[in-house]
Design a protein around this ligand. Structure first.
Ligand code: SF4
Length: 539
């Protein structure tokens, strides 16, 4: 029988765990990483089962063979409330963690339990136990506000996962359901637009595994980059080319987007109606969704503005609100028009008067022109009065910066649960009862109602480089389940594998052979609540 070098290396489920405080927990356990006869080690962290030669890494670059020992290349990311004080920034995996001189940093936190509730072990770099017939790499016991807690930490392998991308722009990116391509391959689609934003769904199981090998490779590459906050360039069939990066402005057809519209045309009319009323006789706010016409609009009527006699193109929805005045595009207000007068059908004789003052503006104020009707009721462009310019500037001032928002959406309701409990449905139920706080790299995860454990997290709130890949292909992403210790016992948790925080840090997922644990300290994102001690866990 071939001896394989295993990534799990955890003691057998029937092997009693050393009680806390007795030093090296697995000192008497067999080494998890045993040398193969051919000087290769086999990694079984995913079904690819790489045979890794000495000095090389596996196909995912996450595991390496160092002198016959399988190691996780990246450090485990540990969060603290702040980094002020004694936490070093980085201890590489192949240098002794306990030797501050080697790092030239201040001494590392020594495991003092007084500080235990100030340290959170994330799944980033924690290693994987897939398929999860074995306990998660870290099952950490700690105290939060005097309450015994357990956090189960792993790098999950997600076949069912995608990114939901919100792009703050009213420019036309592509028709709903249009394919999104990355390096020529279809990796997602345009989905339902939201208020002021175009939405994309990128990645997902059908692109990862349901198409060609190249489609899967391109999909996983795009997903890893997006999750790791890098820029990706996509094209949309029949639409725009697009550069997307979490937290940055989108670049649409080579132009960096600046402003997110203040609202639809109707909303803009309502918001600024009082200011318009004193300086203009008619205002049209051009918008691909709803173009607003002030004097017809309820806002204008409430302000007793007389009808202007303007006759609009498009489909009238309700008074002063018009759909489909033009086609979608990159012109005024997300339409394809460059000349705003092209959406005016005409002027009603006997109602419209020579000298009528007309403002036409887009929903961002980036486009605006001022006209006065001549004796033949033709709008003649004139210099915009200062008072009108101020209102247009205020529209612009009320636009928020245009950004790309990238949310990771993953299904954790499968075999990953077996790393947490012997009876997986109990974890699902405990999460639904809010007994378990689910985080991704310490970032809060929204758990969708209904069946399974479908979680969603903002990648900007996760540590940098939280995402990896395996060539199955699938995405690797951190996930942590935190709960009271008694709740963990009640859901059939692997209680024999709970280690106190300081022991888990000393031991790590790999440390039963005495190799130093690679770790990286980070301050938790200022927008994130501390993952432990959130009600109702402690309630
Ligand atoms: S792809 Fe990575 S995780 Fe999978 S077996 Fe190879 S080295 Fe291990």
């Amino acid at each position: 029988m071939t001896e394989h070098t295993k990534t799990d290396g955890l003691p057998g489920m029937d092997m009693p765990a050393a009680p806390p405080g007795e030093g090296h927990a697995f000192g008497k356990a067999p080494l998890r990483n045993e040398r193969m006869a051919v000087a290769k080690v086999e990694c079984n962290a995913c079904p690819v089962l790489c045979q890794i030669s000495d000095g090389r890494t596996g196909a995912c670059d996450r595991y390496a063979n160092r002198d016959g020992v399988l190691v996780r290349v990246d450090p485990v990311v540990l969060l603290r409330r702040t980094l002020a004080g004694d936490a070093p920034a980085l201890v590489p995996f192949d240098r002794p963690a306990a030797d501050p001189a080697a790092e030239g940093t201040t001494p590392e936190w020594n495991g003092d339990l007084l500080h235990a509730d100030e340290v959170f072990v994330t799944g980033v770099g924690s290693s994987t136990t897939y398929p999860d017939y074995k306990p998660a790499p870290f099952i950490v016991g700690s105290k939060a506000q005097g309450v015994d807690m357990v956090t189960v930490v792993t790098e999950g392998i997600f076949s069912y996962c995608s990114f939901k991308v919100k792009i703050d722009t009213d420019r036309f990116l592509g028709s709903e359901q249009a394919n999104v391509r990355y390096r020529g391959e279809v990796v997602g689609h345009v989905t339902t637009a939201e208020y002021g934003s175009q939405m994309l769904s990128l990645g997902g199981v059908h692109h990862l595994t349901g198409g060609s090998k190249k489609e899967g490779r391109m999909t996983v590459e795009l997903m890893q980059k997006l999750g790791n906050k890098q820029a990706v360039e996509c094209t949309i069939d029949g639409g725009a080319s697009l550069v997307i990066q979490a937290g940055k402005a989108p670049i649409v057809n080579g132009v960096e987007e600046q402003r997110m519209r203040v609202g639809c045309g109707s909303a803009a009319v309502g918001i600024f109606a009082r200011q318009f009323a004193g300086v203009a006789d008619e205002v049209v706010v051009v918008d691909d969704h709803i173009t607003g016409v002030l004097t017809e609009h309820q806002a204008g009527r409430c302000l007793d503005m007389p009808a202007s006699g303007i006759e609009m193109r498009g489909r009238k929805s309700t008074p002063g609100r018009y759909f489909q005045v033009a086609n979608p595009g990159n012109g005024w207000g997300g339409t394809d028009i460059d000349d705003p007068l092209s959406i005016i059908e005409g002027w009603e004789a006997g109602v419209a008067k020579p000298g009528l003052r007309l403002l036409m503006t887009s929903t961002t104020g980036e486009h605006a022109q001022w006209y006065v009707l001549d004796d033949a009721l033709r709008p003649v462009e004139q210099d915009m009065p200062a008072a009108v310019r101020d209102i247009v500037a205020r529209i612009g001032e009320n636009c928020e910066p245009s950004l790309c928002t990238v949310l990771f959406l993953g299904g954790a309701g499968g075999s990953l649960r077996a790393g947490v409990t012997e009876n997986p449905v109990l974890l699902t139920r405990a999460i639904k009862r809010a007994l378990v706080n689910v985080t991704c790299g310490g970032a809060p995860a929204y758990v969708w109602p209904g069946g399974g454990i479908t979680v969603m997290a903002d990648v900007l709130r996760m540590p940098d480089n939280s995402f990896g890949t395996v060539p199955t292909p699938a995405i690797v992403a951190p996930i942590e389940f935190s709960m009271r210790r008694d709740d963990y016992a009640a859901l059939g948790g692997h209680m024999g594998h709970v280690f106190p925080l300081e022991q888990a840090l000393a031991r790590g997922a790999w440390q039963d052979d005495g190799a130093p644990l690679a770790r990286q300290w980070q301050a938790i994102d200022v927008g994130n609540a501390w993952p432990l001690g959130q009600p109702p866990m402690l309630g």
